[in-house]
Design a protein around this ligand. Structure first.
Ligand code: BGC
Length: 761
């Protein structure tokens, strides 16, 4: 026994080194064999396998560059990009759509690259893919978060069925200047409403689980300040102080990050002298550090390259260095990363940790989307057929379109029209337009696929005469070219006037062409374009009984119409179901409920114009000139933020504020429908912090409820105000809640305050 014991001990003593080595090898083997479970672990395992070139490849995004179903490109830029694809030097493409194309491209990458990392397919699914919903500014007028979420859900479902797994939406830029053509793409001038709508859209796009085949990653864009382009000129300089940045620009983005938005897009503009793409304060300090954003940042199209024109980078190499170091993770179409990042890492100008961080973020989104389990998750041609343009989707588009219409004026209750109305004259070329109502961001849709106003009305009555009056555009319109507006040809006026003379009521459809708003489409004049104002006045001379339907992508100056025309319907660009939605409202099958998400100016000279401004030290009006005003125009908008009428009337009473718990104040109010028809009211709560350590706006939206009331019905609704609503960011960007007096206002618009009370907190 003793022998066996001492032999064993001796054996261990002699061979201890080998034994420990064996144990360690077994241990390491188990570790290595351990299957990564979480997405973070999977990302780490993959990252370890990647070469520097492959990592940089993930940070590179190309626009679709050849007809994927045709032969491979043999020369030029396309051949180079094709070669990059095969080497695994491309992480994502944009503007490649349709199951066949997407599948082919994905197959190429999966089968031919060393690691087979699937591509992200990005696309501007801005307000629909095939079935087009109202432009986002219009949808915002619905204040209907459920409907907006549904619209994004359907857009995602359709786009995902066509191979897309990533949308560059929602645009969260707060906009105060209607000259800027991209106001159509956002939710208007208010950060509170903008945040709520942004979150609804993100939820709609991303659904409850990203790795389902009908959900796509969303993008919060453009970070930051793009909507504040000086004088409303697109791509122009932005200069914003801390208070505006934190209290106005940031809130929708912060809310997006809190609600799991997968990607953020930076912007073309400079912010206080530094281009957003190379802005470490925005991308690293705020987004990734303060807000803990875990997704990735994509540059805007060529925004890296544009830093050379900005005068911020001397060449593409410096572009790559500055953008990567500042936290711009993926380069859209600047070619900066793919060309220069490798040398920059090797020379030590960009730390490998910067690259690893960016690649981790990009891979994580790909894992979240389920692309590593099935790179063809979004490639089912049967689904594509079934799910594109479905009847149910069009019903939803009609629903949102109706809800987006705003009734601006209705003197003498000329609206709704009687269904048996005799002799309607329909005037204005936009009435027959099937393309314009789709807006400018509808890259997946079939051209001219909207229901026109004429088609919509003809479902109700055939008792109408149509006269176009005058052409609006003179050229073939599209996404890239300037629209040439008809400024002279009035040859159709006589017919229009004749039709109006014989009519009981005239429905005039006037406004902007769909391609007059959107990117690169700033205007200095917000009147009805071309000869439309003259047409309106010519018709008015013979028949004053006019219902004006305005189609537009931004607030317009409608002073003359407001002063003269008895009824005005704001109908934006309402998408595929435009004409049906308008007809439903015209004939009273839907009672309009929309409220403006952006102030309509009286004059371009008032811009930027927004309800939540400061009081200034010289508010008015005063009898003499020394107060903050214009000598030739009032300070007031023509139609304020939050404004919109209904075919019924609402009464507000019984404002009760309970501040027993100062951390959760409740405000209740009773609303009664005292008209004859059912209708929806959007009840708005505004707050004014009267004295604070920095000047606060005269009022700010802090809550809203959209309620349906039958005729004679009343409802009591309750708002809750917490520190989130009561506080603000001070001049250091610190969130503070300060005690003092707060005026709480409840009303039907930012101007039409029905009840208010000042409380001390
Ligand atoms: C726009 C972005 C858009 C991108 C990709 C840019 O010109 O500013 O909003 O997502 O193009 O199409």
């Amino acid at each position: 026994m003793k022998n066996i014991f001492s032999t064993t001990v001796n054996f261990f003593l002699k061979n201890w080194f080998y034994l420990i080595a064996i144990v360690l090898i077994i241990f390491a083997g188990t570790l290595l064999n351990k299957k990564p479970k979480t997405i973070d672990e999977k990302v780490e395992v993959l990252l370890q396998k990647m070469t520097l070139e492959e990592k940089i490849g993930q940070m590179n995004q190309y626009n679709g560059f050849w007809d994927v179903t045709g032969p491979a490109p043999k020369n030029g830029d396309a051949a180079k990009k094709y070669d990059h694809l095969k080497k695994g030097w491309v992480g994502s493409v944009l503007n490649v759509k349709g199951v066949e194309e997407v599948r082919k491209l994905q197959e190429l990458v999966i089968n031919e690259t060393r690691l087979g990392i699937p591509l992200l397919f990005g696309f501007d699914v801005i307000h629909g893919y095939k079935t087009i919903f109202p432009i986002p500014l219009a949808e915002a007028a619905s204040w209907d978060l459920e409907a907006i979420e549904k619209s994004a859900r359907i857009s995602a479902t359709e786009a995902a069925a066509a191979g897309i797994n990533w949308t560059f939406a929602p645009m969260l830029d707060v906009t105060r200047d209607a000259r800027w053509g991209r106001v159509m793409e956002g939710a208007g001038e208010d950060p509170f409403l903008g945040a709520k709508i942004g979150v609804a859209r993100i939820k709609g796009f991303q659904g409850d689980s990203l790795n389902k085949s009908n959900t796509i990653a969303a993008t919060a864009k453009h970070f930051a300040g793009y909507g504040f382009a000086e004088s409303g000129r697109d791509y122009n300089t932005v200069d914003i102080g801390t208070v505006t940045l934190y209290n106005t620009i940031f809130p929708p983005f912060k809310a997006a990050v809190e609600n799991n938005v997968q990607t953020v897009m930076n912007s073309f503009n400079v912010v206080n002298g530094v281009p957003a793409t190379a802005n470490a304060f925005l991308q690293r300090d705020i987004l990734k550090s303060k807000w803990n954003f875990e997704g990735f940042v994509v540059s805007d199209w060529g925004s890296g390259l544009e830093m050379i024109d900005h005068g911020y980078a001397k060449d593409l190499e410096q572009v790559a260095e500055l953008s990567a170091n500042a936290g711009s993770d993926m380069d859209m179409e600047s070619y900066a990363y793919v060309k220069h990042l490798k040398e920059l890492v090797e020379s030590g100008k960009v730390n490998i940790k910067v690259i690893d961080d960016a690649v981790r973020r990009i891979l994580k989104v790909k894992f979240e989307l389920g692309l590593f389990d099935n790179p063809y998750l979004y490639c089912d041609s049967l689904r594509e057929k079934e799910l594109t343009n479905s009847k149910a989707f069009h019903e939803a588009a009609l629903d949102v379109a109706k809800k987006s219409i705003v009734l601006l004026k209705n003197d003498g209750n000329i609206l709704p029209l009687n269904k048996s109305q005799k002799n309607i004259a329909i005037i204005g070329v936009l009435a027959e337009e099937k393309n314009s109502p789709l807006g400018s961001w509808r890259l997946g849709a079939d051209d001219s696929s909207a229901v026109s106003v004429l088609e919509g009305i003809s479902k109700y009555t055939s008792n109408y005469t149509y006269a176009k009056g005058a052409a609006l555009s003179l050229n073939a319109t599209n996404f890239v070219d300037e629209v040439m507006i008809n400024e002279t040809d009035k040859s159709g006026f006589a017919n229009a006037v004749q039709a109006a003379k014989n009519a009981e009521v005239v429905v005039m459809v006037l406004g902007e062409h769909g391609f007059q708003s959107g990117e690169g489409r700033s205007r200095t004049n917000l009147n009805l374009p071309g000869v439309q104002q003259e047409l309106l006045e010519a018709v008015y001379k013979v028949n004053k009984n006019i219902v004006l339907i305005v189609m537009n992508g931004r607030p317009l100056t409608l002073n003359w119409a407001d002063a003269n025309v008895p009824a005005i319907l704001e109908a934006w660009q309402l998408g595929s179901q435009s004409g049906n939605a308008i007809a439903h409202v015209l004939f009273g099958d839907y009672n309009p409920s929309g409220k403006l998400p952006m102030s309509f100016p009286k004059s371009v000279g008032q811009l930027p114009l927004y309800y939540n401004h400061f009081n200034t030290g010289r508010p008015g009006p005063k009898k003499e000139v020394f107060w903050s005003h214009y000598t030739d125009e009032s300070n007031e908008p023509l139609y304020p933020f939050g404004f919109g009428l209904s075919y019924t009337k609402f009464d507000y009473s019984n404002l009760i504020i309970d501040k027993k718990n100062p951390k959760s104040i409740t405000v209740s109010v009773t609303i009664r429908n005292y008209g004859k028809v059912a209708g929806e009211e959007i009840v708005q709560l505004y707050l004014h912090d009267k004295i604070a350590s920095i000047v606060r706006p005269i009022k700010e939206l802090k809550g809203f409820h959209k309620i349906m009331l039958k005729a004679a019905e009343s409802k009591t609704i309750t708002f809750t105000l917490t520190e989130k609503e009561l506080g603000f960011y001070n001049e250091n960007g610190t969130f503070v809640v300060e005690p003092g007096e707060f005026n709480i206002m409840v009303g039907a618009s930012s101007k039409d305050i029905k009840l208010q009370q000042t409380i001390l907190l």
